[in-house]
Design a protein around this ligand. Sequence first.
Ligand SMILES: *Cc1c(COP(=O)(O)O)cnc(C)c1O
Length: 390
Amino acid sequence: MMNIQNIDREYIANTYARFPLTIVSGKGSLVYDENGKEYIDLGTGIAVNTFGIADEEWIKAVTKQLYQCQHTSNLYYSEPCALLAKTLCERTGMKKVFFSNSGAEANEAAIKAARKYASEKKGKDTYTIITLNNSFHGRTITTLAATGQEVFHTDFTPLTEGFVYAEANNIASVKKLIAENKVAAIMFELVQGEGGVCPLEKDFVDGLVALAKENDILLIDDEVQTGNGRTGALYAYMNYGFMPDIVSTAKGLGGGLPIGACLLGEKVKDVLTPGSHGSTFGGNPIACAGAQNVLSRLDEALLAQVREKSTYIFNELNGASGVKSVSGMGFMIGIETEKDASEILSVCRENGVLAIKAKQKVRLLPALNIPMDILERAIAVIKAACAISD
Ligand SMILES: *Cc1c(COP(=O)(O)O)cnc(C)c1O
């Protein structure tokens, strides 16, 4: 038999430290490797498979579109993309949507819209974007610049100019940067995902909202990971009770197909004009059909279940042996452990549970519809893996 892992190591660019595991199939929250071994998947392809693997309803929606038309380009009108934009606006109160294929591109669109708005309204020299230390906004040269973590910048400088970094949950550090720069926007994740599953404090977010209002600064809310039900609300800003000017999202939106969206609020809805931005694949009908299906099922009943199951996870893990702390929101959970997180993941894998890491934490991103009995089994495995025997 072909050894996929050897072929991968020979021919795939060496950018990923993969787990020693080849996933071949799955159903819902269960996945199978090449030997037929079953795992409970608590990583969902990094918060992408919103309803797990090979979900019947989603497959139906996607397949229907696949037989109808797989791609049109943005030279023509297309129903799936128009209807998805309508749904996104109606469910959020945002006004217009630009579709991309990834989170980084959704953020690129957000940054371009913010810069164009500021340039037209306040002048060409107002372009600085404040982001937060420990943030993650993507891998392109500009979204790397937005990412407030030095480790990602090394070897790729010079990055796009005009990004400065404030300290999360420290409003004075944001004020200082506003005083020192001509600021177009403040960009943040409400729960820093790659940074270690760290939610922003409500007071800090209220402070950002006030500063943005006083200074006509745009708020760019990066919901690439937190969006689409992940935090127990449709979008995480709904947990905080404010309206961002721009919301970017991707990951879970397509339920497993590559799609990103940049949602533009009232202030910026008409900033992007013909020719000022675009994407060949953006708004692809199949990806949009998948996303429409995902959104149609993210109703209050499902979100309430996510919150309930999240509370269950927090209760089980808080104070458990070997667990130092549990952070996050909804189904975006970080576990700080006594033992090394990689060792815990390895033990979990042996025992049929897949979780991932965020910095030095064990990170859980279950499918939003994970059945309770499967979740209970998985949490028991994680608790046992974290436990310190005495
Ligand atoms: C994953 C992620 C991105 C980048 O998304 P890609 O689809 O990998 O380009 C950007 N922002 C946040 C918050 C993310 O979690």
